[in-house]
Design a protein around this ligand. Structure first.
Ligand code: GN1
Ligand code: MG
Length: 516
């Protein structure tokens, strides 16, 4: 997949999809790093020959001509040129190359999975790519069945006669714009009106002051939002549509109050937002799935392992809600979807979302077989439909949007009722430059520092003084910086705790520049 996701339009990148639709295996990361760092074309050939092709040849032998690589790309202006180069490179290796065109990253994951495991895999004689329609048939088909009142086992809001539910969708001027059109058409008949904005048609720039990353990090409405009323239901996807957050514009006064509560700082008179991030999406999914599980025939879930996977960045209030209210087991992994996905995959039903909006819900084969065996039982049928509605290969903003809209409709909940599930603890994130961030090593899913010596003991001491305090420091995996996170009972305490931890890191791990 040729995309640099939520990053600025000038950035380029590539995401790799495994034959089973999964993400790049961690064992391949050193090879990818080596390839990316090649200085000349000859170096590329050498790395491919020594590290990649030797193994591939052994694995697939004479069947190389039967292999196909599917390629997708985002809306960046660089895409046509990079696509051409990718197709030429793949063909030079003696395998088929097929362009799937401008698709979302999760759609490409789905198509790769389908081409190896779906109906097309067994029926096709040669290398083929399944049509993109199979993606819509699967997820939209499941949505329409689940949203239809006849299969409903929980309360259903009557929408047929009432005004449509309007959802403003910020497409980040990315691939989501085109790929959400068929979704908007299908939902229009079901009382949900998706109003697509930042579609690229108005000349807006990819991910520039728009998209899920901007909305979640800057806590501002995206560009082209001036005429969207305060309190409206809005969501935002990123440039390759694998992240989703919900938000609602707030009038300047409320935004200032919220900023005061959140940042304890200067109350700007600008319009702000209320945010429903990945934690909130995960909790909404967990509530709905738990309701359905409770309706299953006795014994069906015996021995089935259900878990919700979070990182240290998940707000402590969401973790407490999972533990105390939903009574679902939680697992904490290091930052990065590859770790969350792996942990969710280990369970029979694994719910994972990063706060930034990337995540999904995975159903094991064993669980799906059990649900199938329950025949026409309504809750079992609905859980099976959910496993079709939710992209099983990777986090997917389109599938996530359908999931959220389905649950809100079925529960007849407003955004406010969703927000009221639990109240986030005030938190603060900071980042800090140090001479060498590798000097900081961590354990316990990055929640505890091992080196430099004495740092963790000092952090523990600072945390112990703060009511409901929690804090950690970890080296970023994507930036040359150390990230600090703190939460506490009040915003002021969270801010002070974050600052104290930043000072400790600065002093003990070789801080650079002015001391925080
Ligand atoms: C705190 C934070 O937002 N971390 C992000 C960021 O990782 P860092 O290792 O923190 O730089 O980029 C990752 C890739 O996009 C994303 O998965 C993760 O959630
Ligand atoms: Mg993305």
């Amino acid at each position: 997949m040729i995309t640099a996701s939520h990053n600025p339009v000038a950035d380029n990148g590539v995401k790799m999809v495994e034959p089973d639709g999964g993400m790049l295996p961690q064992a391949f990361e050193p090879v990818a790093t080596e390839l990316a760092n090649c200085q000349t074309d000859d170096d590329v050939v050498a790395v491919l020959r020594d590290m990649v092709l030797g193994q591939a040849q052994q694995a697939s032998g004479a069947r190389r001509e039967n292999l196909t690589v599917l390629v997708g790309h985002d809306t960046r202006p660089s895409a046509p040129q990079l696509l051409e180069a990718a197709l030429a490179g793949i063909r030079a290796l003696g395998v088929h190359a097929h362009s799937c065109g401008c698709v979302t990253t999760p759609q490409l994951h789905f198509l790769v999975y389908e081409s190896n495991h779906g109906a097309a895999a067994s029926s096709s004689e040669g290398p083929a790519a399944p049509p993109l329609q199979s993606y819509y048939d699967t997820i939209l088909g499941a949505f329409l069945e689940l949203a239809s009142p006849t299969t409903s086992t929980t309360s259903t809001a009557s929408t047929s006669e009432s005004a449509p539910m309007v959802v403003y969708v910020d497409c980040a001027n990315g691939v989501g714009a085109a790929q959400l059109k068929p979704v908007a058409e299908a939902l229009a008949g079901r009382g949900i009106e998706l109003r697509l904005r930042n579609t690229g048609a108005g000349g807006g720039q990819l991910n520039h002051r728009c998209g899920a990353d901007f909305v979640q990090k800057d806590r501002l409405p995206p560009t082209e939002w001036e005429d969207v009323p305060d309190g409206a239901r809005c969501c935002s996807v990123d440039g390759d549509a694998d992240r989703l957050v919900y938000f609602s514009p707030q009038p300047p006064a409320e935004a200032a109050e919220a900023a005061e509560a959140k940042d304890g700082g200067s109350a700007a008179a600008a319009r702000g937002i209320a945010l429903w991030d990945g934690d909130k999406v995960a909790m909404l999914a967990a509530v709905f799935i738990r309701d359905l599980m409770a309706q299953l025939p006795a014994g069906l879930m015996d021995g089935v392992r259900v878990c919700c996977v979070q990182t240290a960045y998940a707000n402590g209030a969401s973790t407490a809600y999972l533990r105390d209210v939903l009574q679902l087991p939680t697992v904490c992994t290091p930052t990065g979807v590859k770790y969350l996905h792996e942990a969710a995959h280990d369970a029979d039903l694994g719910i994972y979302f990063e706060s930034n909006g990337h995540g999904t819900v995975l159903f094991s084969k064993g669980l799906r077989e059990r649900l199938q065996a329950a025949g026409e039982h309504p809750a079992a049928k609905e859980l099976l439909l959910l496993s079709r509605l939710i992209n099983q290969t990777v986090g997917d903003a389109i599938s996530g949007l359908l999931l959220v809209e389905l649950i809100l409709r079925r529960k007849a909940w407003t955004l406010a009722e969703w927000q009221a599930l639990y109240t986030d603890l005030p938190s603060r994130q900071l980042k800090l430059k140090v001479a060498d961030r590798a000097a900081i090593t961590t354990t316990d899913a990055e929640r505890s520092c091992v080196t430099p010596p004495g740092l963790q003991a000092a952090i523990d001491e600072a945390v112990a003084k703060v009511p409901q305090g929690r804090a950690f420091a970890r080296p970023s995996g994507t930036e040359d910086a150390v990230r600090i996170y703190a939460e506490a009972a009040t915003q002021q305490e969270a801010d002070e705790l974050a600052r104290t931890v930043a000072q400790l890191v600065y002093d003990k791990a070789g801080g650079v520049g002015p001391r925080p």
